[in-house]
Design a binder for this molecule. Structure first.
Ligand code: HEC
Length: 117
């Protein structure tokens, strides 16, 4: 009895996860920091999220959230990058916005942990 009940629970959990937004197929993510994400962050994010800015120059961006380098990106919590992009919160309204395709591609990459190469 224990085993069938457990597998029903696991299936229910999987179903509710699947119903909660999209599930990213990480095997289908083919991009990387080098040659793609680095350019994306450089274009849309480092005007606020850069270690070269302090205080008011950061436009309110948290001090620990930077995208100058790959290790900055990792330290900024990859899942937070995913949610900010997919929810359309970053870049903030009024600033240059990426295309939907670029936004989705980089969000999926971040969701999957963000390969460097
Ligand atoms: C005009 C300045 C500005 C730009 C450009 C900008 N951000 Fe932000 N970012 C902020 C501010 C202000 C906050 C803190 C307030 C907030 O979370 O809304 C923030 C917070 C964040 C956070 C932390 C959110 C959390 O809750 O932990 C992440 C992650 C982030 N930004 C990612 C990005 C990404 C990715 C880009 C580029 C696509 C970007 N930001 C572009 C100003 C900016």
């Amino acid at each position: 009895m224990t085993r069938p009940a457990l597998s029903v629970l696991v299936l229910a959990a999987a179903a509710s996860l699947a119903g909660c937004g999209k599930v990213v197929d990480c095997d289908a993510v083919s991009t990387a920091w080098a040659g793609d994400a680095e350019t994306f962050f450089g274009t849309y994010c480092v005007s606020c999220h850069s270690t070269q800015w302090t205080g008011d120059d950061r436009g309110g961006a948290p001090e620990q959230v930077n995208f100058d380098t790959y290790s900055d990106f990792l330290a900024s919590e990859t899942f937070a990058v995913y949610t900010q992009l997919t929810e359309g919160l970053m870049p903030p309204d009024g600033y240059d916005q990426p295309s939907e395709a670029d936004r989705a591609r980089i969000a999926d990459w971040a969701y999957c942990g963000g390969d460097e190469q």
